[in-house]
Design a protein around this ligand. Sequence first.
Ligand SMILES: Nc1ncnc2c1ncn2[C@@H]1O[C@H](COP(=O)(O)OP(=O)(O)O)[C@@H](O)[C@H]1O
Ligand SMILES: [Mg+2]
Length: 382
Amino acid sequence: MKISRVALKNWRNFKSVDVQLQDRQFIIGPNASGKSNFLDAFRFLRDIARPDGGGVQKAVADRGGLSKLRCLSARTDPEVRLVLELRSEGDSPDQWVYEIGIRQQPRGRREVYVSHESVTKNGDQLMLRPNEEDSEDDVRLTQSFLEQVNENRSFRELATFLEGVTYLHLVPQLLRYSDEFQGRVLEADPFGQSLLERIAKTPKKTQKARLRRIAQALKSALPQLRELQFEKDEVTGRPHLAALYDHWRPNAARQREDQFSDGTLRLIGLLWSLTEGDSLLLLEEPELSLNAAIVGRMAPLIYRMQKSRKRQVVVSTHSVDLLRDPGVRPNEVLLLEPSKEGTSVTPLSEMQDIRRLMDAGMTAGEVALPRTAPKQLQLFSF
Ligand SMILES: Nc1ncnc2c1ncn2[C@@H]1O[C@H](COP(=O)(O)OP(=O)(O)O)[C@@H](O)[C@H]1O
Ligand SMILES: [Mg+2]
């Protein structure tokens, strides 16, 4: 499945947004323009759908309550609403629409409840709430049908897709020193701490095939890399990655992940995630700690990995280099622009001036990223 359109109403700093999504989608915008908030809309739906203790109540509570989520410039209409349009893959693709509206009781216990929920498949309504039973017992509205296995049977495919949404903001230090930190791994592992355990759990044959593909792809960024291997420490039993490098010495040099550079680790995490599932993958600023030449290869790398594994990817970024590839089309970049009435989200393909420059051969990075620089920046110079 792929998400083809997303509409947000009163979601954090987005008062009203309605945009198409491509299979590879970059999100750019100034600091605090809402890039992470945009990604969080998909994580929020995942948190509702997950069967291991998900649900609307927890997803809202984990974000500090509905008053934190609801757009501050929402005035007369206090409902938070998210709409996804999705299409399944295959010869006769299905068109799905999922909608959820959430409100809070204005008085009394001020409970958070589902004010609207609906699913359509190829235009047929499979579910619409509130329904008759909801009006007889309004406690039912404290849960969505998406989170209930008994209620989501007719749209299980959609629920499973949302459950599989992955967010990755890999922090190399957490992965490298996981033993020393003995840190708690957060639910859904957003910082990639358990990457090695995940690789360890993958069946041997698949694991080998994936590492081979990753090493192959990495070669375009790290030409000295010869091979990537998975191994278990004989003494401690802990999982490790080892890379063989062609070196100036006759024998290739060997390194373990604690010696990898931050950039290498982030690239491996990214590429592994691309091969790991088939639901939406959210990547937060993947350019961090990578040099410009490698970042410049990332967009085509994602594209190439997608060809075999068809995973939709939404990437937030600040990097001109990431958008340097001439293959990045104007509709693959969404520009976030804050205003008093909430942030707007516009595909570059809808901005005439930018389109003209891109048609003339300039890259998305060159024409669009300057728009995300703070207007007052000259104040910081001497
Ligand atoms: N409920 C809300 N209503 C309006 N603005 C909000 C709300 N919640 C968060 N924000 C704003 O969103 C901004 C942060 O967005 P974020 O997604 O972290 O930006 P980015 O990732 O682009 O740097 C902050 O300026 C914050 O004030
Ligand atoms: Mg952010």
